[in-house]
Every structure is written in C-alpha cells, then in structure tokens.
Design a protein around this ligand. Sequence first.
Ligand code: BGP
Length: 488
Amino acid sequence: MTDTFRFPENFLWGGATAANQYEGGGMEGGKGLSICDVLTGGSKTRSRQMTWINRTTGETGYTALRPRTSLVLPENAEPAVLDNEYYPSLKGVDFYHHYKEDIALAAEMGFKAFRMSVNWARIFPQGDEEEPNEEGLQFYDSVFDELKKYDIEPLVTMCHYEMPLALTLRYGGWSDRRVVGFFERYAKVLFTRYQHKVKYWLTFNEIDNIANFPLICAGVPEYSPQAIAQAAHHMFVASAKTVKLKNEINPDMMVGQMLAYMPVYGYSCNPKDQLLAMERERDALFFSDVQVGGFYPAYKLKEYERNGVVLETEEEDFELIRKYPCEFIGFSCYKSMCVSSEEPEKRNLKNPYLKESEWGWTIDPDCLRLTLNELYDRYHKPLWIVENGLGAEDTVVDGKIHDDYRIDYLRDSVKSIAQAINLDGVEVIGLTVWGWIDIISAGTGEMKKRYGLVYVDMDDEGRGSLKRIRKDSFWWYQKVIRSHGTEL
Ligand code: BGP
C-alpha cells in the first residue's frame, strides 16, 4: 500500500451519535422534555410533526415542521406528548439502558473515539434552573467511565439538535439573550464535572443549519432573517464564553465548532454559476468565520444591511468573539450540492456526474477532500470529520446484513481523507462515522434510514427486540482501524 493511504498513529477512528436520536430514556432520570421529544416520525415524503394540546378545550393536533418556515401552533395550543402516538426521540434506540453493551461493541471494532451528546434537558430539565439534575449527571459519569475502561476518547456535543422545550416556550429559544446565561451555566456544570473524563467538546451541532431549521437548531419557532441572525449572534457569544470558561476551568480540554458543510458546485463553467456557488458556500462559512475566525465577515454585514437586519449586541460581544475562537473544527459532510444561475431558486440541481442514495443524497467522496482543504486553508486549525456515512435500507438475511454499499461509500470516504492528509498536508484529528449503530434519522425520524455498522432490531414505530447485530461493515471498519487505514 502506498503512503497515500497512511493515517497518523494517533488518528482518532470512531463513530458518532446524538442523544436525541440514540439515547432514549426520554422520561426517565428526572429528564425534562426537549423540543424533539414532541416530534413524530416522518418519511421521505412526509415532514415530522409537532403534537400539541389546547389546555382549555383539550383538543389535540399536529403541525408539520417544514424547512425555512415558521412553526405556528393554533391559539392556546402547547406542544405536548399525546397518548397513542410514537415519539422516536423519547425512545431512541435505548442507549440509556444499553450503553455497556454498545460501548463494548465500539471497543470491539477498535474505536479510539466516541462521539455522543449530552442531553441538555437531562442536566437542566427546564433549562433555566439554578441547580442541575444530579441523576442526569450520574448517567453521563457512568457512560464516560465505561468509555475510559476501553481507552476510548469521548467527543461530546453540548447541544445536538435539542434543548429544553421550556426554553422555547418561555424565551423563544436562542433569540433571547438570557439563554446565553443558561447555556453558560450548563457549560460550567459539564466542564467542572467532567474535566478529567472528557477532553473534546463541540458546542452546537451543525450551527449553520439554523438558517433552515431555526427551531431544531436554536429553539426559535420564527423563521425570519432577523430572528435567525439574532439567535445566531447569541450562540456566537455563548460559544466564545464557553471557550473562555473552559480555559478558566481546565485548559487541557478543547472546544470545537461543528459545521454542516457541503461543497457547492456551479453547474457549468459559466462564471455566474461559480459566483452563485460561492455565495451558497458562504451560508455555511459565515458560521465558521465567526466561531473559528473570530470576526463577522464583511459579506454578511452587507447582506444584513440589504435585508434590514439589525443586531442587538452588547459592547463586549465582538471582543469576546475575537478573543475566544473555537480551537478545532468538527464538521459533517455527506454530500455536495450543485447550483445554476439559470435556476437560482433551486437550492440543489441533480449532478449528472454523481449517483444518489435512496434518500436522494449525492454520493461524492471527493467532497471530503474538498471540504478539508477549504476549511484548513481558511482557518489553519485542526479538523475532525465528526459525521460522514450512508443512510440506506438494510435487509437481514439469516441473521446477517451484507451492506457492501455502505462499505463502498465509507472506503471511498477514507481514501478521500487520506488524500487530504498525505497529498495536501491537512491536519486531521479523526473520523467518527455517523450513526455507527443504527439510530433514528434526524431529518425524517425514521428508523429505516440506517447508517450503522451495527444493526438495531427496531422499526419506524419503535417495535422490535432492540437486539444489536454486527453488519458486514462492522468487520470491515475493524480491519481499517487495526491497519491504520492501510487495508481498505
Ligand atoms: C446531520 C445531523 C445528524 C444526522 C445526520 C444524518 O445533519 O447532525 O443528527 O442525523 O445529519 O441525517 P439524517 O438522520 O436526516 O439522515
């Protein structure tokens, strides 16, 4: 094998999950409700819905959650868990009761890193309390201790597409400045308690997705440029304060940013297509420019001016943002996009050079090398691919799952990362394959959109034994890790 495929000895191979899709135990251990706990499952063609109850009349109902749209519930309606409805996030795939078994499987594959998230509402059930929920803290103590047993490094997201529902109802989520203080308190509790167990932290999962899903990303029901910009600003301030706090409590820890990144290709060599692609890439890069670069870029300030967006800020904000940038960049990268100046309203055109997954996501391994280079050139900070993988339907045949399609996808991804390291000199900390064990899909709430190297016996309605079964990709990844990426 040539040097092109050699990975550094200390490369952190592993897998990724998120509490709202994995953990379950949604009503146990004193946990409060999170936003996603009141969402039903959807499908490729049907959006997830928020369920609600009218406290006066007792009437119940459903409101669809659509991208780039405000969530408006009927008057007097409050989000609620209804009887006889299935809520994927409340159950996840029950890591809450299976964590020992799951971590043993991760260790068997040879994981060096394990990405997970702490469920904010398990620590602060309402979000605005003074004191944390000790039972919740103990749960994560047990999980981190179990990881330690196998020498697996946790990578912990502090807010992965969830926050206490009460923060949305009482404050409108991150659009309210007071939430910065609640997050600071939460961060302080996590850092103080886990400083000797967790080194790597990520603040907000896919922060740039706030522009598509302000409710899921930031607890903001309103979809407007003003509401989104203001909430994002508060998150930037919170991010800087989190880094500052970390330095004060224990500078050995590292706080990273987490970006959803998709290279955007111009459909043709028409310069107008390239300009449009540049603008679309900035939709994501703006967030790393602030959180990692430490400043508001001029292109965004101009856009705010054009759209009449006026930020409410405090004097110290910009200084904090400048002084306390994130120390590494974690990003998810699954696919690329394609845009044309002839149809600018279309956010993504079919790329004739690429195949697509069953869920219509392009299969484009080169997007990893492109992203790694783009981000490294721009910020010169270490990078971590914290999500990549293929969502596909699996079939169990005689108790086995032959998922060559997933192996093919991941093999090409690993090659692309190897090229960025060996040909381009990009500094890469690790790779945590998304949904290394089958979990609920964030976008559709389905179970059948599986990313796992380990199968979980459960269907879209939460029925099944929850038994864990090693797929063919499990053995493949084990080999890759053992050989430091030289045997693909
Ligand atoms: C990212 C999220 C994850 C995740 C993944 C796959 O956007 O950070 O939470 O689920 O995408 O998306 P999906 O589950 O919709 O297939």
